[in-house]
Design a protein around this ligand. Structure first.
Ligand SMILES: Cc1cc2nc3c(=O)[nH]c(=O)nc-3n(C[C@H](O)[C@H](O)[C@H](O)COP(=O)(O)OP(=O)(O)OC[C@H]3O[C@@H](n4cnc5c(N)ncnc54)[C@H](O)[C@@H]3O)c2cc1C
Length: 382
C-alpha cells in the first residue's frame, strides 16, 4: 500500500476574531474534512469526538474509497478541496466478481475503480491521517466529548440507526493481493460479501439489510464459501459488527448542517459512504464559511445522487434473485467496469422521478416494509 508523504495545505488564513468558532460533532471523514476545509477558509474550528480517539469504530480493516460514481478522481477532488491525501491508499484496478453459482469473472480497469484504504486509529489509516492534517492546521479536536446535534454547527456523528449490518474479520493471510466480491442473496440478503487481501493482511466481511436475526449463520456461510472459492484457510478471528444508515435528509437550514452518514449520505446500493461523507463535509464547511444555504447546495449537488442510490437499492432488492447475474453479464458486455458502474449512478431523469415517488414511501416507512428489509430487530452480538 502507498503511504503518501503527509501533506499540509500551505495557505491557512488567520482566523478572524469577529467570527465565532465553528463547532463540529464527530471526527470521522465527514467531520474532519469539514474541519480542514473550514480552517482553510479562515475559520476557527473545534471538533468534538465522543470516543477517546479517531477511528474507534474500526480495527484497521480495508475499505474502498470509490472512484466511479463521479468522473473526477476522488483523490484529485480531495486535493482540490485542500484535504491532504496523507493516508495509505492503493488504487484498485482489478476485481473478481463471483456470481451465486460460484462462477468468477475477472475485471481490469485502466482507470482506478477506487482506492483501498484502512480505517482506524493507527498512523496511515484514513481517520488518523485526516486528524493529523486537521491538527496541523490548528483544529482543536476534543476527545471524550459528546456534542449533541442541538449544540453543533455541523453534525457528523455517523449512522444514527440500523438500516444495514456489516460484519468483518481481519487476519494475516500469506496470499497474493486480491479484491473479491461475492454477490449471492442467499448468503448476504440484500447485500454482498467481500474478501480483500493486500500486503499479507485480509479483510473478509459481509453487508446485509435484512434477516438480521440470522447474521451469525450468514456470516459462517460467507466464510465457508470464500474458503472454498478462494482456496484460503480462514482462521477463527474476532468478528466486529457495524451498522449503516440509509435515509434522505430534507428540510431547510434550521439547526446544524448534517454531514456524512448522519445526514443520510450513503451509497444505498453498496454502502460506499466515504466519498459522500467527504463531499458532504466539505460542502457543509463551505456553507458555514460563506453564510449561504447548505440545504440549497445539498439539494443541488448531492440530492440527485442520493436519489439515484435510492432507486438502485430498490431495484437491487426487488430483483435480487436475478440481478447479480445480470450485473456481471452487463459489466462484461460493457467492456469497461468503471463506466458500467458509473452508469448506475448517473442522475437520469426517469430514475430521479421514480426515486422521488419512492422517497414518499421511504419516509413513511412503507418502502422499507415493501422491500422486506429493516423490519427485524438487529442481532449484533459476536
Ligand atoms: C462494515 C462496513 C464496511 C464499509 N465499507 C465501506 C467501503 O468499502 N467504502 C466506503 O466508501 N464506505 C464503506 N462503509 C461506510 C463508511 O464507513 C461510512 O459511510 C463513513 O465512515 C461515514 O463517515 P462519517 O464521517 O459520516 O461517520 P463515521 O465514520 O461513523 O464517524 C462519526 C464519528 O462521530 C463520532 N460521534 C458520534 N456522535 C457524536 C457526537 N454526538 N459528538 C461527538 N462525536 C460523535 C463517532 O464516535 C465517530 O468517530 C462501510 C461501513 C461499514 C459498516
Amino acid at each position: 500500500m502507498t503511504t503518501p508523504k503527509p501533506e499540509v495545505p500551505r495557505e491557512t488564513p488567520a482566523a478572524s476574531a469577529a467570527q465565532p468558532c465553528v463547532r463540529v460533532a464527530g471526527a470521522g471523514p465527514a467531520g474532519l474534512a469539514a474541519a480542514i476545509r473550514l480552517r482553510l477558509l479562515g475559520r476557527d474550528v473545534e471538533v468534538h469526538e465522543s470516543s477517546d480517539r479517531v477511528g474507534s469504530r474500526w480495527c484497521g480493516g480495508f475499505q474502498v474509497l470509490e472512484n466511479f460514481s463521479e468522473e473526477e478522481d476522488i483523490l484529485e477532488f480531495l486535493k482540490r478541496s485542500g484535504v491532504p491525501v496523507g493516508f495509505r491508499n492503493r488504487p484498485v484496478h482489478r476485481v473478481r466478481l463471483w456470481d451465486p453459482k460460484g462462477i468468477p469473472t475477472d475485471f481490469e480497469s485502466p482507470v482506478s475503480l477506487g482506492y483501498c484504504v484502512t480505517r482506524g486509529s493507527e498512523p496511515g489509516d484514513l481517520d488518523h491521517s485526516l486528524w493529523e492534517a486537521a491538527k496541523a492546521l490548528g483544529v482543536n479536536v476534543r476527545f471524550g466529548s459528546h456534542l449533541p446535534a442541538s449544540e453543533a454547527d455541523i453534525y457528523a456523528g455517523g449512522p444514527r440507526r440500523v438500516d444495514g449490518i456489516g460484519r468483518e474479520i481481519i487476519f494475516d493471510a500469506p496470499l497474493e493481493d486480491r479484491m473479491s466480491v461475492l454477490l449471492d442473496p442467499r448468503l448476504s440478503p440484500g447485500g454482498y460479501a467481500y474478501f480483500f487481501v493486500f500486503d499479507g493482511r485480509a479483510t473478509l466481511g459481509m453487508a446485509i439489510v435484512r434477516d438480521f436475526k440470522n447474521t451469525n449463520r450468514h456470516f459462517e456461510e460467507v466464510q465457508r464459501r470464500f474458503a472454498d472459492l478462494e482456496k484460503v484457510e480462514i482462521p477463527r478471528a474476532q468478528a466486529t459488527n457495524h451498522h449503516v444508515n440509509f435515509f434522505v435528509q430534507h428540510g431547510a437550514d434550521s439547526g446544524p448542517f448534517f454531514a456524512g452518514e448522519a445526514g443520510g449520505f450513503q451509497d444505498y446500493l453498496f454502502g460506499f459512504g466515504m466519498r459522500f461523507a467527504l463531499e458532504s463535509g466539505i460542502l457543509a464547511a463551505q456553507s458555514v464559511a460563506s453564510g449561504g444555504s447548505y440545504a440549497n447546495r445539498r439539494d443541488r449537488m448531492l440530492l440527485p445522487k442520493q436519489r439515484i442510490c435510492l432507486f438502485n437499492r430498490f431495484a437491487y432488492e426487488k430483483a435480487e434473485n436475478w440481478i447479480p447475474g445480470y450485473f456481471v453479464r452487463e459489466a462484461v458486455r460493457s467492456g469497461d467496469l468503471r463506466k458500467y458502474l458509473r452508469s448506475w449512478y448517473e442522475p437520469r431523469g426517469i430514475k430521479i422521478m421514480a426515486a422521488r415517488m419512492m422517497e414518499r414511501f421511504w419516509r413513511r416507512g412503507n418502502f422499507r416494509k415493501n422491500v422486506r428489509s429493516l423490519c427485524e430487530s438487529p442481532h449484533t452480538s459476536n
